[in-house]
Design a protein around this ligand. Structure first.
Ligand SMILES: [Zn+2]
Ligand SMILES: [Zn+2]
Length: 317
């Protein structure tokens, strides 16, 4: 174990372990041979936002932070959808993310940009050999479900399924028949619609770990370097309110104020209206309008003693 001053030794990636990750980054270039249709670009944009929604609403807000509840069958659907992003197993993802919150910007943080630099926090920790395993103890509350354990182990099933569907759809739309899947009609959709959007989704997600602990504004004293940024919140469907999130991590919404656009939260609201999820956790007033945990405690006490109303709290902001 390291103390607060000593950085941990983080091992360099082994090329032979990371060939697949490298190939995923290179495959979109094959579109130079196949060409790309308007349909392929639409699929690319759609799959970026579709999968970003399940990453933030699923991997992150549900499995890492339990910010809402759902049924067992829909929990599996959420896990499957999140894993179509090819960001490994749901238990792997959530366990490492819990680890990040517990150790944010300390030497044991898997991806502290402050301590380990931009490249390591962005992608180095993922391709390095140190964080390959799932820590089942950290994620015991979900590791008890055999179907999630199965999905976590066979983490490529969802992305491969999606890739096949996308290729068939491309063949049908671009070429008129799904029998043309493995001709340029289907393959162009695979390279641009699936692989290019997978790569962009990777770096959209990774940017939360790297630059969201560096650039932007800090509203709350969260004890780490986390920041808020509108443009990153738009690109990542709400994850850019990262300082809010580090300050109060259990909320289903990361935009705490109405003007803090959080598209994932709107999507989760729709799922709750459909009855698929419920008990979305909100942000209590004493948290929202406080500066730090001590201040939040004082506000909570005042609200309890009825010395302070919500209206006064709002005005004080
Ligand atoms: Zn989090
Ligand atoms: Zn963070």
């Amino acid at each position: 174990m390291s103390n607060n001053e000593t950085l941990e030794v983080r091992n360099k990636p082994l090329l032979k372990q990371e060939i697949a990750f490298l190939i995923v980054h290179l495959l979109p270039l094959f579109a130079l041979l196949t060409g790309a249709t308007l349909f392929d670009w639409i699929v690319c944009a759609f799959l970026y936002f579709f999968r970003m929604f399940w990453i933030t609403g699923g991997y992150h807000r549900y499995f890492s932070h339990k910010s809402y509840k759902t049924s067992r069958w829909f929990q599996f659907v959420i896990a499957f959808m999140a894993q179509t992003s090819a960001q490994k197993g749901v238990l792997w993802w959530a366990a490492h993310h819990r680890h990040h919150h517990r150790t944010s910007d300390t030497p044991s943080d898997p991806h502290s940009m402050k301590l380990y630099g931009f490249w390591y926090s962005h992608v180095g920790w993922i391709i390095g050999p140190d964080y390959k395993k799932t820590d089942y103890k950290t994620i015991g509350d979900y590791a008890k479900y055999p179907e999630l354990m199965w999905l976590n182990k066979h983490y490529l099933v969802p992305p491969v399924t999606l890739a096949l569907i996308v290729t068939a759809l491309g063949a049908w739309v671009n070429g008129g028949s799904i029998l043309l899947m493995f001709t340029h009609h289907g393959l162009s959709t695979l390279f641009v619609g699936f692989f290019l959007s997978t790569v962009i989704t990777y770096h959209g997600t990774f940017s939360i770990n790297s630059i969201m602990h560096k650039f932007g504004k800090q509203r709350y004293e969260s004890g780490d370097e986390s920041k808020n940024s509108l443009w990153l919140a738009l690109l990542t469907l709400g994850e850019g309110w990262h300082n809010n999130h580090h300050y109060y991590e259990v909320a289903a919404r990361q935009g705490f104020f109405w003007w803090e656009i959080d598209i994932t939260y709107y999507g989760l609201k729709i799922l709750s209206w459909l009855g698929l999820i419920y008990d979305l956790k909100g942000v209590p007033g004493h948290i929202k309008y406080s500066k730090n945990k001590q201040h939040a405690k004082e506000l909570a006490a005042k609200i309890k003693e009825k010395e302070l109303s919500m209206a006064e709290l709002r005005k004080s902001a």
